[in-house]
Write a protein that binds this ligand. Sequence first.
Ligand code: 6PG
Length: 472
Amino acid sequence: MIETQEAVSEFGMVGLGVMGRNLLLNIAEHGRSVSGYDLGQDKVDALHSEAGGKPARGFTDLQAFVKSLKTPRCITMLVPAGDPVDQVIASFKPYLEPGDLLIDSGNSYYKDTDRRIEELAKTGIGFFGMGISGGESGARHGPSMMAGGSPEDYEKVRVPLELVAAKAEDGTPCVAHVGTGSAGHYVKMVHNGIEYGIMQLLGETYDLMHRGWGMSNAEIASTMDEWATSDLGGFLVEITAEVLKKKDDITGNDLVDMVKDEAKQKGTGKWTSQDAMDLRVPVPTIDAAVSARDMSDLKDERVIASKILQTQAGQPSKDLGLLRDALYVSMVASYAQGMCQLRAASTANKYGVKMAEVASIWRAGCIIRSALLKPIHQAFTENADLANLLIAPNLHNTVLQRLNSLRGLITQAINIHIPVPCYMASLAYIDGYASERLPANLTQSQRDYFGAHTYARIDKPGVFHTEWAEAK
Ligand code: 6PG
């Protein structure tokens, strides 16, 4: 720890919770002097004790913290999304100067980020949103970081961020300027939407194996371990295996069996779904994942309903190959939906997102890193305007070969009464996308029947209306 109070620190961090502290220590470890600020003395003490010999100083005094930073200052904040971000901005504004830079690294709502960029632009203080993924360990050892805003502001911090970011297999740092305005927070929001989809798919997979096929947690864990090294492997599959192996210190049981089945959420998955609706981009796997968390929260009602709504279930027939292939296809559907949403948002919000670059920085460090990100990255590198990953030349054959496994799995889940909303939504998404003609002709006819909303015809251009009701 450096004892001096001179302005020597290159990087400042507001919010010294575990994430903020770990990211700061990561930066310090790469030889950059850093300062951290938190109202809690305990957090500052924790920073000092964890810093060892690294150039990191902690402050509870805002002015002393600001003074400790080299100018132009660069301050990142890792505080809870919402009001706390506005409060930090308001309390720092009087002490900052034009040219200084504030970076919001929390999971902020992207519209708040746009508002903050606009407000701070009037003062000459730079501001941008940068989603960080990878949790506490990622922050400490190499996160994936999605920065948005002005490219000039990003350039001021690019080098240190590239130093601390996770590195993909080919050595590329998993950090990039993903677009203008609130693009950084938008990309992180969609990352989390995909995260929700894959987590729920893994939940349904576990449910089928455990409740449906009577497999023990240890057996499921060893299957997941095997899958983790295959083409559907990734961080979430790996941690699922670890979770299933963990014993409870209190009872000695498998810890996962002692955890209450009510999934909570902080909002990023819901925002992804809501915004996809606004953009009119279908993301049914993500929607189903959000709904599944909401359904889980109805614990008391579910207990009552489980006594009332019972019918005889069919015979299970364990088939791990079927399940594996169904999971692969549904995971591709989750990424495909998120990527479509991102492309539409980039056009609507003029972000200028480069899809291949986003896929590239998700290859390591983040929660949705997986073997699939390699072909996804390749698909967008080969065709920046790819309409949908499902039709990518390097993915569609595998999807097609495994699609019937998804059908078979869903059929069985229906018969044995295991709810698989994300698997079903993924199949419906693929079947819908692969349908040359959908029943929207009937929807249009109904709309025109009761509301004279008009319709288009297949045989000639124009807008048509018909008096559909037969005179009685
Ligand atoms: C990440 C995670 C991280 C956080 C989620 C949890 O990328 O590191 O996504 O941001 O764990 O926000 O979200 P929920 O509380 O909504 O599950």
